[in-house]
Structures are given as C-alpha cells and as structure tokens.
Write a protein that binds this ligand. Sequence first.
Ligand code: DGY
Length: 315
Amino acid sequence: MELLEAAGCTITQYTEKRELTPAQLIELCQGQDVLLSSGPNAIDEDFLKACSHLKGIALLSVGHDKVDLDAATRYGIPVSNTPDVITQTTADTAFLLMLAVSRNAFGMSRSITQGEWQFYDPTAHLGQDLYGKTLGIFGMGRIGFDLATKCKAYFGMKIIYHNRKPRTEAEQQLGAQYVSFGELLKQSDVLSVHAGLSSETKGLFNHDAFAQMKPTSIFVNTARGGMHQEDDLIRALENKTIWGAGLDVTNPEPMDKNNPLLQMPNVCVLPHVGSATVGTRDNMATKAAENVIAVVKGIPMPNILNPEVYLGQYV
Ligand code: DGY
C-alpha cells in the first residue's frame, strides 16, 4: 500500500473477510486501471470481457491457475505473478507436513485434547523415519528443487522426480533421477506435488494413482488441491493403500470442517498457508506492487506471465 501510494496510485480496497462474487469483482474494477488480485477470484473470459479496460492485473501469488492467460492476451491485458519470493517458505511447509505426517504429529496432538494421553506406552504412536528414504517430486520447479535440496541435506533422501522435461541442475546438484509418472508413484516413500494446476494435472492423483503407491508412502500436496481427487485420497487412507497425507491445499477449498481427513491420525491439513510468513507475504506484496507500478509508469511488468501481450511494444 505504501509503495503504491508513494507512486501516486489511488487505491480502492476490498476488505470484506469473504470472497468476492464474480459480479462484485467486475463492479469493483469499473473505473480502475489495474487490479491487484490477492484472492482466488476467477480471472476468466467473462471477467476479462467485462473489464477489458484494465491496463494490467497483478496477482499476489505464484500460481495462476485461476487466470485465463490466453484470454487476457487477447484482450491486451498483461498479467503478473510473484515468483521466487515464495520458494523457500512454501518448500518449508511441504517439509513441515512431510515430517508431521511421518510422526503422526497432528493426530497425536488431537488425541491429547480428547483426553487419550493416559500413560507412557512404548509401542504406541509409532511414526516412520525418513532417513535414506526416497522422495518423489512431481514438478521439479523452484519449490520442488528447494524441498529436494532440504530433504537430501537433512535426511539423506534419494531424489526422484517427474517433470515436463528433465532438470539437469537437479540431476547434477542432487543426484536426482528423472522417472516416469508410474515409477514416481511406485518408488516414492514421500511423494510431494509441486506442479501447476492445468488440464493435464487436474485430478491426476486419483484412485489409480494412489493404488500404485506403497502402503507405507506419504502423499504431500502444497501446490493446488485440484490435482488430487479428495474422495479417492480419503479411500486410499481408509483402506491403507497409502500411509498418510499432508495437505496445505484441499479440494475444494475451504475444506468442510466435517471432512474425514481431519480426524485421521496420519493426516495433517493446513488451510493453504504455504507462503504465509510475515517476511514472505511482505516480499510478495512488494513484488505485486512493483508490477502495478510498472503498468502505471507504462513500462513492462517485471513478472509478466503473458509477454506476448507486449509484442510490438517496448522493442
Ligand atoms: C501461490 O503463491 O500460488 C500460493 O498458493 C498462494 O495462493
């Protein structure tokens, strides 16, 4: 806000603690030049058509699955995101969930509140060690790479990954091995999802996928809930097809408070807080503001997602 004000922007802020409806978002954007979108609002064809006057849209996220980038380009609207600054904090959240699940942390904490801590039982509440286990990364981008680096350094984990294309940096620096999706499912002791949500990845972690995983394996998703089928995940956990799950993203969001996953001992769920630290959210806000200011100044957005929109300009 300070950066925007210092750049001479007049700000109209939506401050309600509930999500905007599509009609409200359109209404809010009338008479505005730039949208800084901090929520999961759909920036789809309908919105873009109704708000084609916008000179730019700055997202306060790295994920951009809610944005129809092709349509934005057609309407000549540049869209930016906040890459890099969320990498470590989000990888830390995946690490936290992996470790918490491996030691049943959330479930045991719940059991204390339910009065179940009666005596010291050396054979109860046993978790799993992660030392020397195999970490499977689905989507070896910045966050996947950072998690793999942490897990290799801390637990000496073997790294395997599946990605659109091989990532030599991961192979050279971490000894990571590129495998097919099927092998990723079969070999991973911990499988952590770090890809973007797209038509190719939507619902990919379903009954068939969980059925190929080890009964001792842990599924971690800090990317987008739309990549796993939640009913299939519930069944895979109930049937002990897999051992546990750590989710920072759910399908749908917000998760219903009666969702059975919340009562399972080997499941840890967080409310989409992967990048939620003071420092990271400050850095994201700064980046988003810098992208807005670029639009106001008439220069290219530094974190443009649809650079084609600038074809013929700034050259
Ligand atoms: C991101 O940056 O994509 C986070 O998931 C917050 O939406």
